[in-house]
Design a protein around this ligand. Sequence first.
Ligand code: NAD
Ligand code: DAU
Length: 349
Amino acid sequence: MKNILVTGGCGFIGANFIRYMLEESNFSGRIINMDKLTYAGNPDNLAGIEAAYPDRYVFVHADICDSDAVFKVFREYSIDAVCHFAAETHVDRSILGPQDFIQTNVMGTFILLEAARNHHNQLELFHHVSTDEVYGTLGMEGFFTETTPYQPSSPYSASKAASDHLVRAYAITYGLPITLSNCSNNYGPYQFPEKLIPLMVMNALEGKPLPVYGVGKNVRDWLYVRDHCSAVWAIMSRGKRGETYNIGGRCEKANIEVVEMICDLLDRIRPDAGNACRRDLVTFVKDRPGHDLRYAIDCSKLEKELGWRPEESFETGIKKTIEWYLDNPDWVERVRSGAYMEWIERQYG
Ligand code: NAD
Ligand code: DAU
């Protein structure tokens, strides 16, 4: 793979992936990052990358739903692999307004697949990055495996499920070389503060309420973002073509546990000026409609076939994450202006 098209590379995971590929992995080719720069796309996430890798990194400002732009990028940059992250990703937003989710996640993926099909002779791989949410919810026991039936609950997860089906259909019908990954909840540097962990860190630092949905007992399986990136690269470089791999952290936590850990860590690292206990900021709010109770991933296929292991535990990863937000006040400041503030105001008043 010489020229990898990364879609959505200015988002949270995409930016971490590009940094991982250029700064840490054994990949020696070029990355072409195509991003529309929605509210979630932030060029600051890749600050310094263009200057450090002038021959190995190219940014293309374009929408994956723009067929002409997508076909042109495949031709112009001799794309031989795709790693497709671009998506609308926030479940709460999909509940308020699903249209953009259908457009980008379904139509956008379809257009990329058409370009890939058209470019078939040259294309080594189309890797599709997806989510464990396509499987729906678990009860208090059991795990998602690669053969768990799809039962998405939200417009977001339904749109991701549709895109997964399209990717597999292109492999079966047209022989497109694909791999697919379904990952659990990520956290780490550069995550937009509408998601649970960065939202709680920022609100706690400002002494604002920490809105926990329902009674806080919903369980997520947390994975540090760099571990997701190393898994995606392991699948792209060594995974069996046509296969799906689940990625997870074997790290189940109830939301309230996560929020309390953040409060306690912040109280220790950055005590409140008035010595207030941040747990007192926890506010139970109306639950998310259709809120999946529990996600837990069985990632033994990835571990056994490709020898992948996560490097961070939740304890080390959450500490690194909090320290990153504390050490990057300029990033936080810029992200918290404009679209972010509008959304938070609308959500929580
Ligand atoms: P994000 O919301 O932080 O970033 C999405 C990126 O895609 C942004 O840079 C945005 O500008 C770009 N984008 C959106 N629509 C676009 C379009 N039409 N054309 C081009 N670019 C567009 O997302 P993320 O959290 O980094 O997630 C990346 C991928 O990983 C998504 O496919 C998501 O479903 C999947 N995923 C995320 C998680 C998680 O915990 N965040 C877990 C599993 C899987
Ligand atoms: O499982 C993978 C998915 O994880 C990805 O596919 C999605 O793109 C990503 O957004 C994430 O979805 P979640 O809905 O699980 O993430 P979120 O951070 O929104 O919420 C995590 C949990 O915390 C969830 O149970 C809802 C709860 N929550 C969230 C917010 C924002 C709260 O209790 N309060 C909040 O303010």
